[in-house]
Design a protein around this ligand. Structure first.
Ligand code: ZN
Length: 325
């Protein structure tokens, strides 16, 4: 288990051992915190044939029993997983199929477990179909729901689940874990990934941290090198998160422009750049930030009418150049 989740796993498996885990658990936590791994571990603990024996003080799965072996092989007949990253939405048919299967008796006689990953992707019809099962749990079935956006779930779904919030892990725990993976990490990388450990891992492994520093450096030199405007513009448009990088940079610059201390800078590895930008003064930075926030808002996928992102950002960059000249 990931180091920041091992305490959570122990608490939850203790509940399983004491038979105090409800029939539906909602694991809430930011994207990339490891909800899937935790749900899988809990499913195994629930289905393991040795979890409840008296000498098993931890309630953890044994790894050796028939049930654990089937899980390892990926074909346990009483474990059902739906949802997840690959799916745009979870439809009513998938939920109906699942509830049907859960109503049948367990093949191995040790209960049934269903994992619904990214449960907030359920359509309204799907959520309503699930409600019935949540109200009248079918036999020995346990439902494990995961969500990074629990506010998008029907309130009736949330209220029928035992809710379990996984807190954003301490940064030093994550940084230690990342360096254990051989990845050169820093707090700024974690901040641009909003504290998400697995998100930061993928970001570092893809070499994206270098790209961030390059792009922001290029942005910082725009006034001296206005001919790079097009390349800065296309760089910022590559991924929606690139505008977040820019936002954090300007926020840091504003913090310095206001004469506040440099501790707590989000992009501490770009302090020189922030300091240079802070010379523009708090007023101009605040203006630029306000319009950047608006820009991010309207460029959000699903924010309504389609907008020409290139045009909008080009306008913002032109305003910035005029602003700072
Ligand atoms: Zn076992």
């Amino acid at each position: 288990m990931y180091p920041w989740l091992s305490g959570q796993e122990q608490q939850l498996t203790a509940l399983i051992r004491q038979q105090q885990l409800g029939h539906a658990l909602l694991l809430k936590g930011v994207e990339g915190i490891g909800k899937r791994a935790l749900a899988a571990a809990l499913a195994q603990a629930l289905l393991c044939q040795h979890t409840n024996v008296a000498d098993n003080k931890q309630g953890v799965a044994c790894i050796h029993c028939h049930s654990c072996q089937l899980i390892k092989a990926g074909n346990h007949p009483d474990l059902h997983v739906i949802g997840g990253q690959q799916q745009r939405s979870i439809g009513v048919d998938a939920i109906r199929q699942l509830t049907q299967v859960l109503s049948e008796s367990a093949r191995l006689g040790h209960g049934k477990v269903a994992i619904i990953e990214q449960a907030d992707k359920m359509t309204e019809a799907a959520a309503n179909a699930l409600l019935k099962t949540l109200e009248e749990p079918a036999g020995e079935a346990t439902l494990l729901l995961t969500s990074a956006h629990p506010e998008r779930l029907l309130p009736t779904i949330r209220s029928r689940c035992q809710q379990w919030l996984l807190p954003v892990p301490e940064s030093d725990v994550v940084l230690r874990w990342l360096s254990g993976l051989g990845l050169e990490s820093n707090l700024a990388a974690l901040n641009v990934n909003q504290g998400s450990p697995l998100g930061t891992r993928d970001y570092l492994a893809a070499g994206t941290d270098k790209r961030r520093r390059e792009l922001l450096q290029q942005f910082g030199q725009l006034a001296q090198l206005p001919q790079t405007l097009t390349s800065v513009q296309s760089g910022l448009l590559e991924q929606p998160v690139h505008l977040l990088w820019l936002q954090l940079l300007l926020q840091d610059a504003l913090q310095l422009a206001l004469g506040l201390s440099s501790t707590g800078l989000r992009l501490a590895d770009s302090e020189d750049l922030c300091r240079a930008l802070s010379q523009r003064g708090p007023e101009k930075l605040r203006q630029a930030l306000t319009s950047l926030l608006q820009l991010r808002q309207i460029l959000q996928p699903g924010a309504g009418r389609p907008v020409n992102a290139g045009l909008q950002l080009g306008q913002w960059l032109n305003d910035w150049l005029i602003n700072i000249s």
